[in-house]
Design a protein around this ligand. Sequence first.
Ligand code: FE2
Length: 354
Amino acid sequence: MSHDIAETLRPIAEPRILDGVYSEDQHRRLVDVVRRNGPWQLILAQHFNSPEEVVATVSGGMPEGVELTFDMFLTPNFRGYFAQNGTCLYPEIEDTFYNRTFLEHARAYWNAKYARPEMMLFNIQGPSGSTDPAHLDATTFRGITMKNTPIWLMNTMTKSGLFTRWLHRKAQVITWFYQGRIGGGFTYWPEGPLGQPKRLAAPMWNRGVVVQNEMMYHRGEANGPEDMRFPAGLAFQSLFGADPERADGWRITTDGRTVQNIPPEETRFLVHWSAEIYMDLKELKVVMDGTDDLTHERVFDMFIADLRARGMAFPVPSDPFTDTGFIRLLNKTYDVGTPRIYPVEAPGPRRAAA
Ligand SMILES: [Fe+2]
């Protein structure tokens, strides 16, 4: 991997740390929406249709001869949405989504003129392991989105740094409510995957960051007592919801049977608010009118030109979407791997194959 690729994965600015992000009343209403509208599915179950699909998707990156099982990827992390596509799904929390303070934070972070709330989700969990060495949130580009383009191509476009001009600019305000004392912090790499990490350590109550998580490696750390991190009976279809026996407690169920009760002091609740950013009126118009959109043809032309400039010889693919040799070359050239340095307090995940 060349150094210039690693250098592209840096956020527009150093993340800004916020305290007292939501008012007590806002927090109470957010939690209330989660309690009343659950139970909620695993994050994993929202991205895949079955355990087999999970294994099939990740197995390509594993050394040969390692037998993969779904349990290797199963962690009790659950998710739900407060707002999607610029629309708040629960009127009682509209003030938290159409949030003037957050808009100011987002604009200031980018030094931009305009911001628009796009999405708001929560992750909720009790004690949990982590299999995530660090990740980037999904990027999209003008003309190149989930609607017309596979994720691997968008990820490769991000890592290449060739398409920054077309990147949909975004900022997030991510906030944690976690009283636990074992792990559960947030590690991030603002200087890129080769640089030193930084860390927000738990306990973190109503503490947040303003970030650009599409361009910065980051991860939630494993949290809670080790013997509670993988409850017996946890499965692909497990759900997370209010514990009817305890006013502020939660529980995980599998097929209607409780597999774990989670006390409030071990509950980790994360609220992720995201906004689109427009530097000025000109950019807002260009994006909305689609006057400077990328096409697939242009994307591949730019990749091919860059590969040549790097001195690579290869046959020009007739269908780059399916040409495995060409895809492999793209992966090899623009893959930065996972971060090299981890905080001593929060080492990287143990590898299933190690
Ligand atoms: Fe993320």
